[in-house]
Ligand binder design. Structure first.
Ligand code: ATP
Ligand code: MG
Length: 350
C-alpha cells in the first residue's frame, strides 16, 4: 500500500481516448478520492498543442508519477505527418521511456456474456487468462538485423536477466490468481527458447515453488487457446509469440471495448485499453469505457497496491455490463449512462 497521496498522470490522447479516460478517471476518483490527477496531452492532441507527439514535459511528468493512465492515440487528421510527428510514435516513445518490459493482457469472458464470444458457449464460459508478454526484447529489438538485395535477417536474442525479470512478473501474478503459469516457447527448434525454458524453470525453483509451471510449444498453444482456453491461468511468453497470441486471444471475449492492459517495468506502470482511437464513433459519446475503466482497476492492483479496490471495479463493470451494455455489445447505454451504472454498482460495496 502506498501511503503518500497517489499521483496519476492521465494522457487522454485522441479519438475516443478523452471520452473513455474521463469515465475511468470518474471511477478512479470514486474509489480513491484523494488521488492526484495530472492531465496532459499525448499523440495527435500533443502535436496540435506543441508540435511533438510526446513533449518533454509529458515525459518528465510520466516518469515522476506513480502510474500513467492512457487513452488512445492517432486518427486520420495526423496520418500525413512525417514519421517522427505521428501520434503512434508518441506512444512507442512513452512505453520505452517507462522501461515497461512486461505487457499484461487479461482475457476474460464474464458470466452472462458468453454469447458475445466467437467460441461455443461451453468453451467460452469462465475463460480467465492473463497473458504476460515480454515487451522490450527479442526479435523486434537489437539482436542483429539486416536487409540486403537477396537476403534479410532478424535475430531473436534474450539474456537470462531479461527472461528472469518477466518470469518473476508472471509468477507473482499467478500467486494473486489461480497459481499456475504456462510458459510458451519453441524449445524443440530454437536455442533462445531453450534458454527461456531453463531460465523460467530456474526462477520457479528459486522463488515460486508454490506456483505450478507447464511448458508448451507456441504452435500447440495457438491451437489450445481457442480449443481449450480453460486450461490457462497465466501465460508467459517472449515478444513475438506474445504479440501474435495476445491478438488471437483478444477475439475470445467478443469486443475490443472490454480489453484492458498494463505495461509494467522499472518505472511507473502504464495502463491503457487495447482498442484504438475509433475515429468512426469519436465525439458521439457512445464508446464503451469498460476497457479504460478496467485498465484503471489494473492500475490499482499493479501500481497503487490496492487490489481490493480493483476487485470492486471489476465487479461493478460486470454488473453494468449485465444490466445494459454499450452499443458494441448489443446494448443501448451510451458512455455516460454506462459509467453511471458502474458508479451505482460501486456504491455500497467495499
Ligand atoms: P488503431 O489503428 O487505432 O489501433 P484499429 O483499426 O485497430 O485502430 P479501433 O480504433 O480499435 O481499430 O476500432 C476498431 C473498431 O472497433 C471500430 O469500428 C471501433 O468503432 C470499434 N471500437 C473500438 N473500441 C471501441 C470502444 N471502446 N467502444 C466501442 N467500439 C469500439
Ligand atoms: Mg489496432
Amino acid at each position: 500500500m502506498i501511503n503518500k497521496v497517489p499521483h496519476v498522470v492521465v494522457l487522454p490522447g485522441d479519438g475516443i481516448g478523452p471520452e473513455v479516460t474521463q469515465a475511468a478517471v470518474t471511477v478512479l476518483r470514486e474509489v480513491l478520492p484523494d488521488v492526484r490527477i495530472e492531465e496532459l496531452p499525448i499523440g495527435g492532441a500533443a502535436v496540435d498543442a506543441s508540435g511533438s507527439p510526446f513533449p518533454a514535459e509529458v515525459e518528465a511528468a510520466a516518469k515522476r508519477s506513480d502510474a500513467v493512465l492512457l487513452g488512445t492515440v492517432g486518427g486520420p487528421k495526423w496520418e500525413g505527418l512525417p514519421r517522427a510527428m505521428r501520434p503512434e510514435m508518441g506512444l512507442l516513445a512513452l512505453r520505452k521511456s517507462l522501461g515497461a518490459f512486461a505487457n499484461l493482457r487479461p482475457v476474460r469472458v464474464l458470466s452472462g456474456l458468453e454469447h458475445l464470444s466467437p467460441l461455443r458457449p461451453e468453451r467460452a464460459r469462465g475463460v480467465d487468462i492473463l497473458i504476460v508478454r515480454e515487451l522490450l526484447g527479442g526479435i523486434y529489438f537489437d539482436g542483429g538485423r539486416e536487409k540486403r538485395e537477396e537476403e534479410a535477417f532478424n535475430t531473436m536474442r534474450y539474456s537470462k536477466a531479461e527472461i528472469e525479470r518477466v518470469a518473476k512478473v508472471a509468477f507473482w501474478a499467478a500467486q494473486q490468481r489461480r497459481g499456475h503459469v504456462t510458459s510458451v516457447d519453441k524449445a524443440n527448434v530454437l536455442e533462445v527458447s531453450e534458454l527461456w525454458r531453463e531460465t523460467v524453470t530456474g526462477v520457479r525453483s528459486a522463488h515460486y515453488r508454490d506456483v505450478g509451471l507447464r511448458h508448451e510449444y507456441v504452435d500447440s498453444a495457438a491451437m489450445l487457446i481457442v480449443t481449450d482456453p480453460a486450461r490457462y491461468d497465466v501465460i508467459v511468453t517472449e515478444n513475438l509469440f506474445g504479440d501474435i497470441l495476445s491478438d488471437l486471444a483478444a477475439v475470445i471475449p467478443g469486443s475490443l471495448g472490454l480489453m484492458p492492459s498494463a505495461s509494467l517495468g522499472d518505472g511507473p506502470g502504464l495502463f491503457e485499453p487495447i482498442h484504438g482511437s475509433a475515429p468512426d464513433i469519436a465525439g458521439q459519446g457512445v464508446a464503451n469505457p469498460a476497457a479504460a475503466i478496467l485498465s484503471a482497476g489494473m492500475m490499482l492492483r499493479h501500481s497503487l497496491g490496492r487490489p481490493g479496490l480493483a476487485n470492486r471495479i471489476d465487479n461493478a463493470v460486470n454488473t453494468a455490463l449485465r444490466s445494459n451494455p454499450t452499443r458494441d455489445l448489443g446494448g443501448s447505454a451510451n458512455t455516460e449512462e454506462f459509467t453511471a451504472r458502474v458508479l451505482e454498482a460501486l456504491v455500497g460495496t467495499s
